[in-house]
Ligand binder design. Sequence first.
Ligand code: PEP
Ligand code: MG
Length: 577
Amino acid sequence: MHGIGVSSGIAIGRAHLVSNALLEVVHYQLPMHLVDDEIARFKNAVQTVKHDLEVIRHSLSKNAPAEISAFISTHLSMLADKSLSEVPIEIIRKEQCNAEWAIKQQMDDIVAQFEAIEDDYLRERKHDVVQVVERVIKVLLGHPNMAVSKTKQSSKQQEGATILVAHDISPADAIQFKQHRFAAFITDVGGATSHTAILARSLNIPSIVALQRARDLIDDGEMIIVDGSLGVVIVNPSKEILAEYALRQDQWQLEQQKLQRIKSTKAVTICGMPIDLFANIEGPEDIVSVNSSGAAGIGLYRTEFLFMNRREMPGEEEQFIAYKQVVEAMKGLPVVIRTLDLGADKQMNPDTVSNCANPALGLRAVRFCLSEPQVFHAQFRALLRASHYGNVKILVPMLSTLGELRQTKILLERAKASLRKDNIPFDENITLGGMIEVPAAAINAEAFAKELDFLSIGTNDLIQYTLAIDRTDDAVAHLYNPLHPAVLKLIHMTIVAGAKFGKSVSVCGEIAGDVKLTKLLLGMGLRQFSMHPSNVLSVKKQILQCQLSVLNGQAKKVLSVKDLEKIEPLVAKFNLH
Ligand code: PEP
Ligand code: MG
């Protein structure tokens, strides 16, 4: 079975199916005199779930990922919201129906509203609503709080690893599963940015989402293999396949252990060239994984996540607190904070969903900020204030003209002047960089290199705009290829432009964390990489084995080839040496 692998690694074990309470909800009518009792039953169930969630939150160990507590808080506030705590009561009263049915009706209604949202991230929040409602329904139906009872788990543990198979898994359940040492989990629903996926990554359990019908097709107790790296589940494998995967699993685990050994090793090539490996983060909660990755700083802090999932923009103070928290936690290491990159697939809330025909080509990122100078001003002030507490660099996304850059600089200077006037300290030497992610900027990279302090190549967008392929559309995902000669040429031009003006150049798109491209990028002259924290050690391992004189020659050959079909085997061949 194929799904979306959201957390790498291999697990082999027996399937444990988790029941889906939502499927068990039936409808029945109540006589008028029992309606109040039913409402009381509903209120009790909500209270029980609140209590359970609080208990889980308090029982979290100190080193549990910060996201978990945040997710549980989200579930608690959903439960406190009128739409889940009061509307079902109105439904019970009006329709004289059972509580399970009432809350399920309300859930369907809310989910339908979420489904109408274009933004992927916001749309996926519907799973949180479903998970909270499922908890309430489980209590109403008299199921145990947890989907898995401890006794059942411990008997299974003796037989070997257990793999959780569920329609969906709430973050609160996921953390309990972790405490019970499940080897992996797989679900029917969920996307790469669902809370479950985010959690899976932070818990380091191999996992796969969006398998569609895993719960239907897999039997309880059946032997399964989960390959989280490839997003593949093998059900009832033959002896030969089991033996093969047992080997691969050992190799994977050994590899992970070995990687930890180089955590504090400096990323230097065999020939002595130091390479900067930075981490990409979405907010202060990611600091834990940055620290365990051994990254030399933060190369991309995507601040728009602070602006998403809400109706009001965060003010200067709220932004300042978030930025300062990250800056202080990094203790003087560089923190590249990117200004707001809202727009396209990153909308603030349903009300701001763009109605323009091509949002990715519309008023996004720096274009949006320049059209809303007060938003830019507040962010600049917050960033500058945070710069007083560490080593902050400012990065501007989606530049396509020098005019945008100059306007941005004027607004930055204005923010500095206002802070001076208010006697608020900031780093007077703060540097300003620009994202090179629009082909126009890459082609004109020299001009940008001249006027900026550093460049950062956003290959996710650069590939999208160069190849005219929507990065969120899976129908054209097979055409989205970083090895396209036009893409390589633009990346190379940018690196060369930076070198000519003595400005550092990094790549902060997903390709920076792809070990299959590390050697090529080094050979093309790249010296700074910024990636998801979980990739830092494997990229470092590659770097430690590299000899730049060899890579330069190989990269030159690759850059001279104009046919994508010939480039792919060539890069694969060079990776073997
Ligand atoms: C990019 O485009 O490569 C990038 C790093 O920015 P984002 O993925 O946030 O658009
Ligand atoms: Mg981008």
